[in-house]
Design a protein around this ligand. Structure first.
Ligand code: SAH
Length: 249
């Protein structure tokens, strides 16, 4: 397989998702960063100003990526069809999320286990919220100066896309076909979490007056496990059985 064909396999399944971007220039610069690294799928969640002349100017010839960019009103909607979601952040959080480096992220993408991988980037002034981060399977931090670790948005996009590009031309494993069962997508996982919460409330395990991060922890657990569709169906089946037992007891 040629290098060009290899790259296509890697890039076609990666989606760059920019959430709540304030400066249109950063959207253009991100598109340019993507195109230099053969990425072409850009999703924008609630951009402040878009389309914009400044975005087109900063894209500098990568405006096809801006023209094809899809716009969403929620992150959930944007990632609904993805089987792996990676959130990028310069900061560590109260509940540590499984953390990967840009290189590890690129390795994961190139090993062909996933068919659609979203990489999420936050707002220039505040990054991703905790509610957005809990939608992710993994968190990605670009190693940087501990006392000045926040990169410009497009620079962060560039580094990650570069690693993905490198992994595409370095690894022969791209030629191997994906094997294994399909993973549960985000829509299916959202229904599962809703079902789990309902059951935990009805058996008196989950007190919504005093939730103590229970659902947050459950999400961390199952996002880390990366459930297959079948596994998710089994868990939903168990939950339904519990519900019918409660009803008849
Ligand atoms: N002030 C924000 C930083 C936002 S920078 C904060 O404290 O979170 C804009 C976006 O660029 C971030 O949301 C993230 O997606 C990306 N980014 C910047 N620096 C990064 C780093 N060191 N590692 C991973 N992503 C980074």
């Amino acid at each position: 397989m040629s290098e060009a064909t290899n790259m296509k396999e890697v890039t076609n399944k990666t989606i760059i998702v920019l959430v709540g971007t304030t400066h249109p220039g950063n959207i253009g610069a991100a598109a340019r960063a993507m195109k230099t690294m053969s990425q072409d799928k850009l999703y924008l969640v609630n951009p402040k100003i878009f389309p914009a002349e400044e975005a087109t100017a900063r894209a500098s010839g990568a405006d096809d990526i801006l023209t094809d960019a899809k716009i969403f009103s929620s992150l959930k909607e944007a990632i609904a069809d993805c089987d792996l979601v990676i959130g990028t952040s310069a900061r560590t959080r109260n509940i540590p999320w499984p953390l990967v480096s840009p290189r590890k992220c690129a390795d994961i993408i190139s090993d062909n286990k996933y068919s659609s991988v979203a990489i999420i980037f936050g707002r220039e002034n505040s990054g991703l919220s905790n509610d957005e981060l809990v939608l992710c399977n993994l968190a990605l931090k670009i190693p940087a100066n501990a006392v000045y670790s926040s990169l410009n948005l497009a620079a962060a996009v560039q580094i990650i896309c570069y690693e993905i590009y490198l992994s595409g031309i370095d690894h022969d494993s791209l030629e191997s076909l994906a094997s294994g069962a399909p993973l549960a997508d985000q829509k299916t996982m959202a229904l599962f979490y809703q079902h789990l919460e309902e059951v935990m409330i009805s058996i008196g395990f989950h007190n919504t007056e005093n939730p103590r991060l229970l659902m947050h922890r459950m999400r961390r657990l199952f996002n880390r496990a990366q459930l297959e569709e079948n596994e998710c169906n089994i868990l939903r089946g168990i939950l339904s059985k519990i519900q019918s037992k409660i009803k008849f007891d």
